[in-house]
Design a protein around this ligand. Sequence first.
Ligand SMILES: O=C(CO)COP(=O)(O)O
Length: 253
Amino acid sequence: MRKPILAGNWKMNKTHGEAVTFIEEIKGNVPSANEVETVVCAPALFLKEMNDIAAGSDVEIGAQTMHFEENGAFTGEISPAALKDLGINYSIIGHSERREMFNETDESVNQKLHAAFQHGITPIMCCGETLEERDSNKTEAVVKEQIEKGFESLSAEQVKQVVVAYEPIWAIGTGKSSTAEDANETCGTVRKVIAELYDQDTAEAVRIQYGGSVKPENIAGYMEKEHIDGALVGGASLKSDAFLQLVEAGKHE
Ligand SMILES: O=C(CO)COP(=O)(O)O
């Protein structure tokens, strides 16, 4: 039985004060981590203080990206070692916005997955197709390639710990969400690809989130689907009351 995981991705939103208030508002109000993992992926600037405030609660704090090198001349970047030193245990890897605007590739995603495991960080690895790819029936091929290249040289034991976030790019921040049926079908494709690369056991262990205009009103439809184990939520994760509703819905598999 896979444990559901509900993650917020704040992107480049909130000030320090707003971030602190949010964590104070939610930390005592989320369901037990035994029922659903709750993760808030915030701008790096706020991670330490948010993590300190969340300490001892059922809320985990995550990064939105990280570099694959341990240290060095990479101006502006954040190392996995530095994240781990702050007690950060999750990082989004390869979000489509980073692939599109910050030159992330399947190869760098692969390097980052390896780095995450070296440092004991759980990666939330994003995949998903553009509208053009979807319209030309390439969704399955695109997602397959992202998974195959992203997972290169990872062991089955590592893959079991990856959280995959399937986020169709056309559904991100557009209000146009995928139907639960379509999302489930592609999440099923992700699982099938993993079964082919590894084995059925590994594929069954991987948690797969849907992301793309998820909100309190539509999350239940996704959560009841066979291959969907949670959600990665942007806009609707910014308000504490909506986020709490999402997490509550997220515990129902
Ligand atoms: O990109 C997303 C989460 O990573 C989805 O964003 P929205 O929920 O705002 O569509």
